[in-house]
Write a protein that binds this ligand. Sequence first.
Ligand SMILES: [Zn+2]
Ligand SMILES: [Zn+2]
Length: 359
Amino acid sequence: MDPKTASNLSFILNKPHDVTFSSKPVPTLKSSHDVLVAVNYTGICGSDVHYWEHGAIGHFVVKEPMVLGHESAGTVVEVGPAVKTLKKGDRIALEPGYPCRRCEPCLSGHYNLCPDMQFAATPPYDGTLTGFWVSPADFCYKLPDNMSLQEGALIEPLAVAVHIVRQAAVSPGQTVVVMGAGPVGLLCAAVARAFGASKVVSVDIVESKLAFAKSFYSTHTYMSQRIPAEQNAANILAEAGIDNGADVVIDASGAEPSIQTSLHVVRMGGTYVQGGMGKSDITFPIMAMCLKEVTAKGSFRYGSGDYKLAVDLVASGRIAVKKLISGIVSFDKAEEAFKKVKQGEVIKLLIAGPNEKIA
Ligand SMILES: [Zn+2]
Ligand SMILES: [Zn+2]
């Protein structure tokens, strides 16, 4: 694809519920280590939908028009003179956040915590729902021949799940409860199984999501009830035949009742990881955490090695991310796709790049 003649149409959020398509100049390489990527497919994430609806997530507020999208796969169309790992025509999964590489978190191997992170579709930075994208070569992960570009677009949420499960240090034979069966919750269950968990229970409030979880990687499911958190926790353990609490509980929902249940479902000395983002402040069962000496951790985006492992889990056939793709829509249907995701009719919708022909 020739960036001189191809489209660089972009899908832009002006303010909540106000989006436009506009053709932007094709970006140029900023460093000799950069590559120019033609974007083939982009998945819609809950965070994109949240910006579209509310114009802000926490302290990230959309003040200027911003291109949406960050879950992308593409094809390398130009390489900088210092790039040794990629060539024109390589198909890649795009890691969409670029840290400073110089601060203490960066140098200690935790670049996801870089205070100067430039992350796609997080204001003030534009996202990847566009024709062409410039990335440092080392944030592009070459897809093996047996992986499609559509699967490549699922690597971003899978990397989020890999980071969460690594934070939880899931090991073979463990029992894991995952609160929430949206894309990240489903992928956490899949990664936990790949890490050797013997039982993985998915918990949600939507029956169809649980049915899907059962057909994906969860060994058990539980439909959360409007009852006290302790009772939901007891039901989850009974349902899965887990005696003294789960070794690991992951909250991938961000919902207050789920977080409360999490602290009651985890065993003495177990691990709880918060991956989902909901309200900033909630009522938290801190006594349970203290008395059980729970190890509690947060998880934010992804860091060293997470994308690489995510690609490997798909390429080796251990995680069939393809099953999550509900459909692929053309670029001009981006707004309708956002509406569908908002209505919860789909698991993961991909938007084809503006230069992509779809059937
Ligand atoms: Zn995302
Ligand atoms: Zn940094």
